[in-house]
Design a protein around this ligand. Sequence first.
Ligand code: ZN
Length: 195
Amino acid sequence: MRRPDFLTALTAAALAGMSPRAVAAAVPNGTRRILWLRRQGYGDEVQAPFCIDGKSVYEPGYREICWLMRDRNVPSAQGYVRIDIVEVEALWEVQQSLLLHGILAPLVITSGFRTLQTNEALENAARNSMHLYAKAADMYVPGVSMRDLFDACWYRAASGGMGYYSDHVHLDSGTRRWWVGDLAIPTFSVTASDG
Ligand SMILES: [Zn+2]
């Protein structure tokens, strides 16, 4: 016999009046997707369900995630945008694969959405960065090496762009590609000797 769907018993109307935290506690594990994020430098944290039925976006939780990932250098009217849901799912998948390795820790976001103004003020940011399109996150996880975090991104099912840096890993929802960000590449000086 089919197990009755929990969500048909717990109606959407009932869930609508509950805080994201309460919904996270009420909805069973199999159908909910909860992302645990912390923002570097600010310390605010969310454990927000962005999906509770396995298929559609749960707005209150999703908005908490977007709020945490906003551009903090500008007023929230410009800095708070909708983060690409594919990116949110990608972050969730990475967190899930870390969980499989017994790592229960938030993804610490060092950079989420960036306005043009913020991106241009950064020294090494790409001019056409995926952060501008709300499709990227820079992050680290306490107690996890950048290499292990990069590998967790690499081995998840639907990979986007991945950048490896000494203090963070970049993950975006663009096409699959990867790079090593701040490797010190030796410079070669070419001496003309053949006159
Ligand atoms: Zn980045």
